[in-house]
Design a protein around this ligand. Structure first.
Ligand SMILES: *[C@@H]1O[C@H](CO)[C@@H](O)[C@H](O)[C@H]1NC(C)=O
Ligand SMILES: *[C@@H]1O[C@H](CO)[C@@H](O)[C@H](O)[C@H]1NC(C)=O
Ligand SMILES: *[C@@H]1O[C@H](CO)[C@@H](O)[C@H](O)[C@H]1NC(C)=O
Ligand SMILES: *[C@@H]1O[C@H](CO)[C@@H](O)[C@H](O)[C@H]1NC(C)=O
Ligand SMILES: *[C@@H]1O[C@H](CO)[C@@H](O)[C@H](O)[C@H]1NC(C)=O
Ligand SMILES: *[C@@H]1O[C@H](CO)[C@@H](O)[C@H](O)[C@H]1NC(C)=O
Ligand SMILES: *[C@@H]1O[C@H](CO)[C@@H](O)[C@H](O)[C@H]1NC(C)=O
Ligand SMILES: *[C@@H]1O[C@H](CO)[C@@H](O)[C@H](O)[C@H]1NC(C)=O
Ligand SMILES: *[C@@H]1O[C@H](CO)[C@@H](O)[C@H](O)[C@H]1NC(C)=O
Ligand SMILES: *[C@@H]1O[C@H](CO)[C@@H](O)[C@H](O)[C@H]1NC(C)=O
Length: 364
């Protein structure tokens, strides 16, 4: 993704699989069918003040699984809850949740691959399905964490509405009786429909019906800002990360934060859950000097799997300038022109401090 001259806020990049279920569209958010489970643990509050409950009553069978405690705590873990306890599955096991049949749901899976009592997660390969739809296949949390040099792994999916109202989440070891499956935390969170139809970059007559798709979140970044924990999100318990590790080369641009006298004002047609104020009140720009900013690209690089369609949602909010035509830039995704002459003030009806977002879809 490449930017030429500009001001850019936060970004979520999602891969998705097209499925054929047609969803009803209901944008209300409900907490009655949301679940935050500390697997193999008890009721507890994490370092950010979020409540987690035990997983046992959601398991359809008490056989085939056991609880375990991690033997060591990596200093980079954000919290002992839910990572220091695990549920370990010796064979196929299913969690069952009663959910609203009208809404989408996030599924977030938390993994801390380490040694637990007799279980060494290096030997663990498994699959996870949601009502038969494969979310993870022959997954090794241990290999994934080594590749990403992260002590813990979070995988986030967004499921289309489940018309039966019953969600089955099944863990299956890849090799029966020899590889085990495990999980540290599970979230099932009711969410509104946040994506509609999105046009493919450079194929303006082709669009992707994201409402009908199961999505996987790849990256969600607070550009020019800092880490935002789930408890500080605007209602959807998302986690937003610092964008600087993804910047290409030495061209970091300039980060800035909205002045205290600028109010971030969501327009009537933009619900606050689209992204929190902290996302819109920090930015990375290419700087004010045209001699410099016309001469380089500000580029973020993301490692993704080939053969999927990806959606990039870019959030913008102009809080420094006040007129149309003052800051105009081009957006390229994989060297293709995604947007020419982007002008955030024009998108925001010439109002400073008004959030807007733009979605782009591209096949990689
Ligand atoms: C959305 O769901 C809520 C709660 O389930 C319900 O009260 C409302 O009527 C629904 N709206 C639409 C447009 O279906
Ligand atoms: C777990 O297995 C890996 C791979 O064989 C090994 O390197 C590691 O030392 C083991 N951990 C423990 C605590 O035995
Ligand atoms: C969910 O699992 C239960 C018990 O394992 C099974 O009876 C039911 O058919 C499953 N439902 C779906 C939608 O897969
Ligand atoms: C799972 O992945 C491992 C490591 O990449 C590989 O050795 C193994 O053959 C795979 N198993 C299956 C069932 O695909
Ligand atoms: C796995 O172990 C169980 C119990 O020890 C045994 O009943 C079953 O046949 C084994 N399955 C395989 C595929 O070896
Ligand atoms: C989260 O919000 C709380 C309360 O507004 C604030 O004190 C805290 O600094 C915020 N944390 C981060 C990481 O932004
Ligand atoms: C906010 O304050 C800065 C200087 O501190 C000033 O340049 C800017 O014009 C002010 N913005 C508004 C909307 O008043
Ligand atoms: C991508 O899809 C093409 C066509 O289906 C296939 O030939 C190719 O092997 C796939 N590449 C990967 C990395 O899976
Ligand atoms: C973009 O273009 C540059 C220069 O031609 C090339 O090195 C790079 O591989 C291209 N990137 C992609 C993702 O196509
Ligand atoms: C910025 O990237 C675009 C798209 O890859 C390329 O056409 C352009 O030459 C680049 N500009 C600079 C100054 O590197």
């Amino acid at each position: 993704m490449i930017f030429n001259t500009h001001n850019f806020f936060s970004l979520i990049l999602s891969s998705f699989f097209i499925i054929t279920v047609h969803s009803s569209r209901n944008t209300s958010v409900s907490n009655s069918d949301s679940f935050v489970l500390s697997c193999g643990g008890g009721s507890a509050t994490d370092a950010d003040g979020r409540n987690w409950v035990p997983d046992s009553k959601f398991l359809t069978s008490s056989k085939n699984s056991m609880t375990a405690t991690a033997q060591s705590q990596d200093p980079s873990l954000p919290s002992t809850i839910p990572y220091m306890n695990a549920r370990i599955f010796t064979s196929e096991s299913t969690y069952k949740f009663s959910v609203s049949s009208k809404n989408r749901h996030w599924i977030r899976l938390h993994f801390y691959p380490t040694s637990y009592n007799d279980f060494n997660s290096s030997y663990s390969y498994f699959s996870v399905t949601a009502n038969g739809f494969t979310l993870l296949k022959n997954f090794s949390a241990s290999i994934t964490s080594q590749a990403l040099t992260q002590a813990y792994i979070i995988r986030e999916f967004s499921l289309t509405p489940i018309h039966s109202g019953s969600l089955n989440l099944t863990f299956t070891p890849s090799i029966p009786n020899s590889s085990l499956a495990f999980v540290n935390g599970i979230e099932v969170i009711s969410m509104p429909e946040i994506f509609q139809s999105i046009t493919m970059v450079e194929f303006s007559d082709t669009s992707i019906e994201v409402e009908d798709s199961v999505l996987q979140t790849m990256f969600r970044l607070n550009v020019g800002g800092q880490y935002i924990p789930a408890t500080n999100d605007s209602g959807l318990s998302r986690t937003w990360y610092d964008d600087s590790p993804y910047l290409f080369g030495a061209a970091f641009g300039v980060t800035s934060e909205a002045d205290k006298n600028v109010t971030i004002q969501y327009p009537n047609n933009l619900p606050k859950y689209i992204a929190p104020v902290d996302v819109y009140s920090t930015a990375r720009t290419m700087g004010p000097n045209p001699k410099i900013n016309l001469d380089y690209n500000l580029t973020w690089v993301f490692q993704v799997d080939p053969n999927f369609t990806y959606v990039a949602r870019l959030h913008f909010c102009e809080f420094e300038l006040s007129k149309i035509n003052e800051r105009v830039f081009d957006i390229f995704i994989n060297n293709q022109t995604a947007q020419e002459s982007a002008d955030v003030m024009a998108w925001a009806d010439s109002k400073q401090g008004v959030p807007v977002y733009k979605d782009f879809a591209i096949y990689v």
